[in-house]
Design a protein around this ligand. Structure first.
Ligand code: NYM
Length: 210
């Protein structure tokens, strides 16, 4: 098999600095001349994404399972794009993915197994960087925003589910980064972990939770 691009996901709690770090990683890749594409979930630009956006901004109400399935459908509508980019040799960086789907819905009380099922067989990340931050550190960064889920108690529960996900995945593909440190230190660690993956991979694209 010829070399393909790597699929790198950045997950994290709200206020962990994910958006800043994802764009710093993109800049480093571009500076090295590595072809890369940045994606973000939820992708609020699609029809499904607009329903998700309205729910997150509390402009609509949806059953917990219905919104969970919409988040998953939002990934499925981009799954073939991700596969094509990887096959073309592009490194795909993704701001949140299926792990956020499980973490936020399970934190609301849905079962872990049920939450995983709609995402089974999506393209699996080759590397997931989990930006971990304590609720105390998040508070010192000015607290959470206005959207649904951006409350300290919810974030604590989400963090616990992320820990469970981490304990069930192999260490090479899931790396926890202490995001409570200064931005440059975190960016350097993200780069040193990601760099080996950016040279291209010769293994087939893996499937999630199979
Ligand atoms: N979120 C995100 C979910 O609840 N399920 C998912 O599958 C995904 C991808 O959406 N609080 C939640 C986590 C966030 C919110 O994300 C919006 P962002 O990165 O703030 O746009």
């Amino acid at each position: 098999m010829s070399t393909r691009g790597a699929f790198i996901v950045v997950e994290g709690l709200d206020r962990a600095g994910k958006t800043t770090q994802v764009s710093a990683l993109q800049t480093r890749l571009e500076n090295e001349g590595i072809l890369c594409k940045l994606l973000k979930f939820p992708d609020r630009t699609t029809a499904i994404g607009q329903m998700i956006d309205s729910y997150l901004r509390s402009q609509s109400e949806l059953d917990d399972r219905a919104i969970h399935l919409l988040f998953s459908a939002n990934r499925w509508e981009l799954a073939s794009t991700i596969e094509k980019l990887l096959a073309a040799g592009t490194t795909v960086i993704c701001d949140r993915y299926a792990f956020s789907g499980v973490a936020f819905s399970a934190a609301k009380g849905l079962t872990f197994e049920w939450c995983r099922s709609p995402d089974v067989s999506l393209p699996a990340p080759d590397l997931t960087l989990f930006l971990d931050i304590t609720p105390e550190a998040a508070r010192s960064r000015g607290g959470y925003g206005e959207e649904r889920y951006e409350k300290e108690e919810m974030q604590r529960k989400v963090r616990e589910v992320f820990r469970r996900i981490s304990s069930e995945l192999d260490e090479a593909s899931w790396v926890t980064i202490d995001a409570g440190r200064d931005l440059d230190t975190v960016a350097d660690e993200i780069w040193s972990v990601s760099r080996p993956f950016t040279k291209g991979l010769s293994i087939p694209i893996q499937r999630l939770w199979m």
